[in-house]
Write a protein that binds this ligand. Sequence first.
Ligand code: COA
Length: 253
Amino acid sequence: MRPVNKPVADRQSLLADLENSAHVWFLETDGVTDPAVLESCVQLLSADEADRYRRFRFDADRHVFLLSHAMLRQVLSRYADIDPSDWQFSRSTHGRPEIAQPDPGMSLRFNLTHTRGLAACLVTQTLDCGVDAEALVMRRHAMGIAERMFAEQELQLLRDLEGPDWQDEFINLWTLREAYCKACGTGLANSGRHFHFERDREGGWQIRFTGSSAAASDWHLSVERVVDSHKVAVAVHIADRSAFSLRTRQFSF
Ligand SMILES: CC(C)(COP(=O)(O)OP(=O)(O)OC[C@H]1O[C@@H](n2cnc3c(N)ncnc32)[C@H](O)[C@@H]1OP(=O)(O)O)[C@@H](O)C(=O)NCCC(=O)NCCS
């Protein structure tokens, strides 16, 4: 495994770059099979994470859980001089994890997503943020999910589409909804029809709340096909959308 604590110069440039941006780190989990790497990942887990890791019913889910949590710990240690195994996390009442200890010396925020084949974590300084990854396959109950969860304006977008185009737009809207709700910290408990996602003039995404004549200007929202098989949506609450950028990096152990 490569050294986890990067040289200080790397850390400083990463931190400087984080000032007006957010970083997405992603990992294709099926490609990580080296037993030595997997064992070193297990060693990074907290007792609670190790307990969850052992309790998965399917190997595929256990594998992704392990790699996503080991990646998160290593990613955070690229921003702060803290050993990856030392991070301790607290959970809000809705389950959102935040750094509890040790103090990284800055307000480092993150959000994690893991699904079979892909793990991704999003890192910001201070900013509320959420990330969601989905495989580009048709969900069995996609139509039902859309009817139950989407706003009328989003259903209208889908009505004009069929086949792969329908599936693609469904994934865009679904991952954006999850990323936004995770950024709010509530998870899907905050979902509803009081907001919807729509394209902006540049072909990107924006959120509009019911009763508001204009789209909200304080959310960065994007969906990226980071690998052939998966899309990743990101939501970051920011003061000024125009001054913000998102950087996507591939992680490797
Ligand atoms: C939190 C939630 C959005 C996660 O979505 P998901 O697509 O299943 O899973 P993801 O892989 O994208 O994200 C999971 C990670 O998000 C983070 N997370 C958990 N709760 C969170 C919250 N309230 N806000 C932000 N992030 C959260 C955790 O890091 C979690 O991984 P971990 O438990 O291994 O540490 C979703 O499970 C949820 O809202 N649950 C609440 C129950 C609910 O309303 N269910 C309705 C289903 S239709």
